[in-house]
Write a protein that binds this ligand. Structure first.
Ligand SMILES: Cc1cc2nc3c(=O)[nH]c(=O)nc-3n(C[C@H](O)[C@H](O)[C@H](O)COP(=O)(O)OP(=O)(O)OC[C@H]3O[C@@H](n4cnc5c(N)ncnc54)[C@H](O)[C@@H]3O)c2cc1C
Length: 254
């Protein structure tokens, strides 16, 4: 059963939000789609009034404020670059009602294993902005314990290229069992990321190296299969997931 926050604040400045978040048992509130559905145990600091919902394209980078909803991001994506790849990933993140509430910051901080949006951001080499820090999304997802730092924005290099994602799911609307996302920048080697093969989405670096060195897609697919560390669950057992990693890698590279 869902719980209620012990306290709710809605600061108007980042400084005030950080002061409140430094209190024990206090967490940021984005769209609340996850937090208010059961995660909350203490106080929440609503980020809505901080003005962190700006989207700017400058110097070849798209900077997306953390409280931008997924729906607003999809609607505001500039033409070209990885827009199509991101729009598809946002669409697959969940139904319309969910996309109008869930924020970019909350989605990243949730670090869900099945998030194709995280996989898309990974292949695009996205990085996160925090009040006193900047980290690669890949590093943020690799840390075992979720960092408690506030995310203020995500920065996406806005480069030209070709993107593709493939998934297997029980139904078209269901969470993917396994998905592979591919981004081929115009002037760099192909990047691949997977969901459903581990605790969180991750880059298939061995498969990427094989392709960068001109190796066959079949070898990259075997590397993707070998990267699977998922123990299996009700959606798909470990063996099925690993084998689908190879199948889907071949599809995105075809
Ligand atoms: C019924 C249900 C269905 C769902 N369906 C889907 C689905 O289809 N697809 C999917 O991907 N996810 C789904 N989720 C999971 C969840 O909705 C997503 O992870 C969502 O994107 C979270 O975004 P939010 O803005 O609502 O975050 P919130 O619920 O507000 O917060 C989620 C977590 O992130 C933290 N947080 C929020 N903003 C920040 C920030 N700026 N910096 C640091 N930490 C922050 C919060 O403290 C909390 O721990 C579902 C959850 C539920 C309960």
């Amino acid at each position: 059963m869902s719980k209620r926050p012990t306290n709710y604040s809605r600061p108007k400045t980042l400084a005030e939000a950080l002061r409140l978040l430094a209190q024990p048992d206090t967490v940021p509130l984005g769209g609340g789609t996850k937090l208010l559905a059961g995660d909350v145990t203490g106080a929440v600091v609503d980020l809505q009034e901080l003005g962190l919902n700006q989207i700017d394209l400058a110097d070849g980078e798209l900077r997306v404020g953390a409280t931008t909803t997924l729906a607003d991001l999809a609607a505001a994506l500039p033409a070209g670059g990885p827009a199509d790849l991101l729009r598809k990933a946002i669409h697959q993140a969940g139904p319309n009602t969910y996309r109008h509430a869930a924020t970019v910051g909350g989605t990243i901080a949730s670090r869900l294993a099945d998030s194709e949006l995280l996989a898309a951001l990974l292949v695009l080499n996205a990085s996160l902005r925090m009040p006193e820090d900047a980290v690669w999304l890949a590093d943020y997802l690799a840390i075992e314990e979720r960092p408690s730092t506030l995310i203020t924005a995500v920065v996406i290099p806005w480069e030209n290229g070709q993107g593709r994602s493939e998934r297997t799911a029980r139904t078209p609307a269901d969470t993917p069992i396994v998905s592979i996302t591919c981004w081929q920048p115009e002037n760099a080697s192909v990047r691949l990321a997977a969901t459903g093969l581990g605790k969180r989405p991750f880059r298939l670096t061995n498969a990427e190296s094989i392709l960068a060195e001109g190796g066959p897609v079949e070898a990259a697919a075997q590397a993707a299969q070998a990267a699977s560390a998922h123990p299996g669950d009700f959606r798909g057992d470990a063996d099925y997931r690993a084998k689908m990693a190879a199948v889907l890698t071949k599809r995105v590279c075809a």
